[in-house]
Write a protein that binds this ligand. Structure first.
Ligand code: ATP
Ligand code: MG
Length: 311
């Protein structure tokens, strides 16, 4: 028997009052237990989609179901299953982290005693237990973001939705947040995440959708989408100086970035040895190499490349 998806969106449309068509008929299923990435450039419609799913924005057409519960017909029941970490910090900066968590849980009907216990668990997991009684205003940006995740977990949501949870957070703290999110997902919570750090999505997520101008332009398992990439790029550090004319290697594009760096785009199935043989024959010695960008980034750039920007 097919299980009910954690999130089912069908033909979702949103036109804002100013006639901006933010979503143009988006359909999407997220399976229970999944770790799902929703990607797209600025203004693509990600926050609009998340806003609709979390009932902050009214949809114009289409339907949303959370674990089979229709958002419009049974709003409260659907909302109780969701935890939201919004893009903007939206807690009271003069409240203490412990109070923010306990009051939030209280709002959703969690008894105070239970809420206090949970708050300690969540604040410890967010590495904020030591800050529980401080004014939230004094927390750093990364701590504030972790506090929003802790708050969302207070109702023990079955579906956790995070809108750019790691924006502006340094790499070390971001990695720590990845561990936390993975732990939450491993414990059974379905997670949907938007991010502009594609390395993050590639690292964490099993499935993804890329949205652009209000429509989904790619969707599926991370691995399947990445395997669509038929070209890969490398940067080669060479022992300069380079010869006046670079050798040609059929099927590849070889460029000199500067006198001791080469840039190569080559078909995925092509043997690297072939490249090295030609370079060797031309007297070019490669000291080290790295991939040009991460693979999801490469795919993303190709898919959302705007004609007007390529000029
Ligand atoms: N409240 C609003 N009123 C009018 N237009 C809006 C509103 N919110 C968003 N929009 C417009 O809808 C479109 C989609 O915006 P949205 O915030 O959903 O994008 P996003 O994918 O989250 O972008 P970002 O990556 O920058 O957060 C944009 O053109 C935006 O200007
Ligand atoms: Mg957004």
């Amino acid at each position: 028997m097919a299980t009910v998806p954690a999130l089912r969106i069908q033909q979702l449309r949103k036109t804002y009052g100013n006639q901006v068509e933010a979503l143009k008929g988006v359909s999407l299923d997220v399976a229970e237990g999944d770790f799902f990435a929703l990607l797209g450039p600025n203004g693509a419609g990600k926050s609009t989609l998340i806003g609709i799913v979390s009932s902050l924005v009214n949809l114009s057409a289409g339907s949303v179901e959370i674990f089979g519960t229709d958002l419009r017909q049974q709003r409260d029941a659907a909302m109780r299953m969701i935890g939201l970490v919004p893009q903007e910090i939206n807690f009271n900066l003069f409240e203490k982290p412990l109070d923010i968590l306990v009051n939030y849980a209280g709002f959703y009907g969690v008894p105070r005693k239970v809420a206090l216990e949970r708050a300690e668990v969540e604040l410890r997991r967010a590495h904020l237990w030591g800050k529980a009684q401080m004014t939230s205003r004094t927390l750093s940006g990364g701590m504030k973001r972790r506090l929003m995740i802790a708050r969302a977990m207070m109702t023990r949501p079955r579906l956790l939705i995070l809108d750019e949870p790691t924006a502006g957070v340094d790499i070390e703290i971001r990695r720590g947040m990845w561990d936390t999110l993975r732990e939450i997902n491993d414990a059974g919570t379905t997670i949907i995440l938007t991010t502009h750090y594609l390395e993050e999505a590639e690292h964490l997520c099993r499935n993804l959708a890329i949205i652009d101008h209000g429509s989904i332009i790619a969707q599926g398992p991370m691995r399947t989408l990445l395997s669509r990439l038929d070209v890969q790029g490398f940067v080669l550090d060479v022992d300069g100086p380079l010869p006046a004319t670079l050798p040609t290697i059929d099927g590849t594009t070889l460029l000199a970035r500067d006198e001791d760096t080469l840039d190569i785009d080559m078909p995925r199935e092509m043997d690297l040895n072939q490249v090295f043989t030609v370079l060797d024959a031309a007297g070019i010695r490669v000291r080290s190499m790295r991939t040009k960008s991460n693979r999801l980034e490469e795919l993303f750039v190709r898919l959302v490349a705007r004609p007007e920007q390529s000029a």
